[in-house]
Design a protein around this ligand. Structure first.
Ligand SMILES: [Zn+2]
Ligand SMILES: [Zn+2]
Length: 409
């Protein structure tokens, strides 16, 4: 083939590719389920996106609720950020992008001490601008960012009113416990359903499986966090988050007499100016679907507290249902995608999280034998995540564990 012909074919191929839109997701979210992300950063702490840019991304990408969870701060009061190239400053190109998107009048600027500053929009302003009843809401929250001897201990608190300060402790477990108590105190004060989830236990190897198992007030944790630095899959010396989950469930239900641990998938997004695989912490990597009676912060958090939700990195479920006999999962299947459904659980004397049943297809049900402490389901699709935590991630969904029986403490 002559070069010109080859170039001609190439040009057609490129043209064809550019005309094609992004792959259309073939399913709608079933009625009664709401999609949301509970872990997001903005310029209020170390995210690189203005709060309105972040809100615009999520409200425009099929999410119904969003928690702006900045480090030890609520998006309240007057806060100005310097424009510049330094750490923690708003990059000039980010400001340009913001003005290009929303117009000059939508960005508040001032000169101070010879520098230019930008005012950050508050949650109240964002609510007025982006919230639509039944379609999109914010749930107030923060990332309570603590540490013990350089070990990071981060929790997200959702749906409270006042700022919760990192309480510090004399050990990892005490820090975990004191954070839970601080959130409980705030919940009592504001009189609303409030939830706290442990973030990225493997980040900095901060929280071990044993720590998490023994602090019984920890009822929620991130099994999938989209930030590239959090080590979801562990390493040769550390369990991955899914193994941590089974270890905690086995210990609590088999021995310690504690509650089950529920999971979340989140973005922990920090980078908004380029949405691509190379970025450390983009939006769109992990989220939850909550079955709530209405789209309000109270209703969403109340449903989560009862475990009526699941985590996802791309798979949508039509239904997940359990009773005294079984746990069943039905995928809202997409054309051209295949699914495997796996049931994990732990039995007395068995390995934590052993595979109890696995099958191909978009629906499966597991009948309890009666000796399992718990059973949970994971759906793994054949489709690669377009921009996941790991380049090899396949789109998945994780249901909450169902307690079948408890061991003797
Ligand atoms: Zn964190
Ligand atoms: Zn974070």
């Amino acid at each position: 083939m002559r070069l010109a012909e080859r170039l001609g074919i190439l040009a057609v191929a490129i043209l064809g590719a550019s005309c094609e839109s992004a792959p259309v997701r073939g399913v709608n979210i079933p009625a009664g389920w709401f999609k949301g992300n509970t872990h997001t950063h903005t310029l209020w702490s170390d995210g690189d996106g203005a709060p309105e840019l972040v809100s615009d991304w999520y409200s425009g990408h099929g999410y119904q609720f969003l928690v702006l969870s900045d480090h030890n701060i609520l998006a309240e009061g007057e806060k100005w950020k310097k424009i510049g190239k330094g750490k923690g400053e708003v990059k000039p190109e980010s400001l340009e992008a913001l003005i290009a998107k929303f117009g000059k009048d939508a960005v508040a600027l001032r000169g101070k001490d010879g520098a230019q500053e930008m005012r950050l929009q508050t949650l109240e302003e964002l609510r007025a601008r982006f919230e639509k009843p039944g379609a999109f809401i914010f749930i107030k929250g923060e990332e309570i960012t603590d540490e013990f001897k350089k070990l990071p201990i981060h929790h997200n608190s959702l749906n409270h009113t006042g700022l919760i300060k990192p309480p510090h402790g004399e050990s990892v477990r005490e820090t975990l416990q004191r954070t839970i108590e601080a959130v409980e105190a705030e919940a009592k004060k504001c009189g609303k359903p409030v939830l706290v989830h442990l973030n990225h236990p493997n980040f900095g190897w901060g929280v071990s499986a044993d720590d998490l198992a023994h602090v019984l007030g920890e009822r929620f944790f991130e099994v999938y966090n989209g930030h590239r630095g959090v080590r979801n899959y562990g390493d040769k010396d550390h369990l991955g988050t899914e193994q941590i989950w089974d270890y905690v469930l086995a210990l609590r239900l088999g021995k310690l007499g504690g509650p089950p641990l529920f999971c979340l998938a989140t973005d922990d997004a920090h980078n908004y100016h380029k949405i691509q695989e190379q970025e450390v912490a983009n939006p769109g990597r992990g989220w939850i679907f909550v079955r709530a009676r209405e789209l309000t912060g109270d209703a969403v958090v109340q449903a989560m507290l009862t475990g009526d939700y699941y985590a996802s990195s791309g798979v949508v479920l039509e239904d997940v249902r359990s009773d005294a006999q079984s746990l069943g999962v039905k995928v809202a299947a997409e054309a051209g995608v295949t699914y495997r459904i796996r049931f994990n659980g732990t039995r007395p004397g068995g390995e934590p999280g052993e595979v109890l049943q696995e099958s191909a297809g978009a629906a499966a049900s597991y009948r309890f034998k009666g000796d399992e402490y718990y059973v949970r389901a994971t759906v793994v699709s054949s489709r690669k995540h377009p921009n996941g935590y790991d380049k090899a991630d396949l789109e998945s969904a994780w249901t909450q564990p169902v307690v079948v029986r408890r061991g003797k403490p």
